[in-house]
Design a binder for this molecule. Structure first.
Ligand SMILES: [Zn+2]
Ligand SMILES: [Zn+2]
Length: 230
């Protein structure tokens, strides 16, 4: 568990996508929960870093892909935590619908496997909306970025200038910063570029990606050197 700032930590290695931990007064929240079947590992990392599972209050899901939501059902069972997601992805998270676009067939497969392993999220308690302010980490703004999935959400903390990019931009170990890649995972890759431009309009000190190492300090300048969208 890597400390990013006071009250903010990152856990990598629970599958492909990062899990972020945010402390609050009476416990803590998670952003995403890693891949299914690895939840025991996630819980033991949390517990050995002073975050017992019974203090987990809310799970914010950036979007419906299984490497981001996989541990949710199990964590809810052991903690009673609430689940929050953007309205656009809730039907996919609950497996009421299958996403359209290039990812459709893979999503059918993903949903089947999650069902088989009893990892389907059974309810979403909190519906998030674009531009809404979540009262954690001193205020986190929801930004709907619909190119990756219809209800994908990025989150932005304006005082400390922290951006949680979700899957809009990745920091690939070999290729560096990339927008909307791999394309087969997006419902609309052109829209992902629009989404990325919207996110990069914010001043960013700390750039946190679901895939890849974070950029700590002066992130706007670093990203704008590599990525040209305008
Ligand atoms: Zn994704
Ligand atoms: Zn992802």
């Amino acid at each position: 568990m890597k400390k990013i700032l006071d009250s903010l930590y990152m856990i990598s290695g629970i599958g492909e996508a990062a899990v972020f931990v945010i402390d609050k007064q009476d416990g803590y929240c998670l952003i995403d929960t890693g891949i299914f079947k690895r939840t025991n590992q996630l819980i033991s990392i949390l517990e050995s870093n002073g975050h017992p599972v019974n203090k987990l209050r809310t799970i914010y899901l950036t979007h419906c892909h299984c490497d981001h939501i996989g541990g949710t059902a199990e964590l809810v069972k052991s903690s009673g935590a609430q689940v929050a997601a953007h309205s656009g992805d809730i039907p996919f998270i609950l497996q009421e619908k299958v996403i359209s676009g290039p990812y459709h067939d893979m999503m059918i497969q993903e949903q089947r496997v999650m069902k088989q392993f009893d990892c389907v999220v059974s309810r979403v308690d909190i519906t998030c909306h674009d531009e809404e302010n979540i009262q954690i980490l001193g205020g986190l703004k929801v930004i709907n970025v619909p190119g990756h999935t219809p209800g994908s959400m990025a989150l932005y903390q304006p005082d400390k200038k922290i951006m949680f990019f979700g899957d809009v931009i990745r920091n690939h170990p070999k290729r560096g910063l990339v927008v909307g890649i791999p394309e087969r995972f997006n419902v609309d890759t052109e829209q992902v570029k629009v989404d990325a431009a919207r996110l990069l309009d914010y001043p960013i000190e700390y750039a946190l990606f679901s895939h890849g190492d974070p950029i700590i300090g002066n992130a706007s300048a670093v990203i704008q050197k590599t990525i040209h969208l305008h």
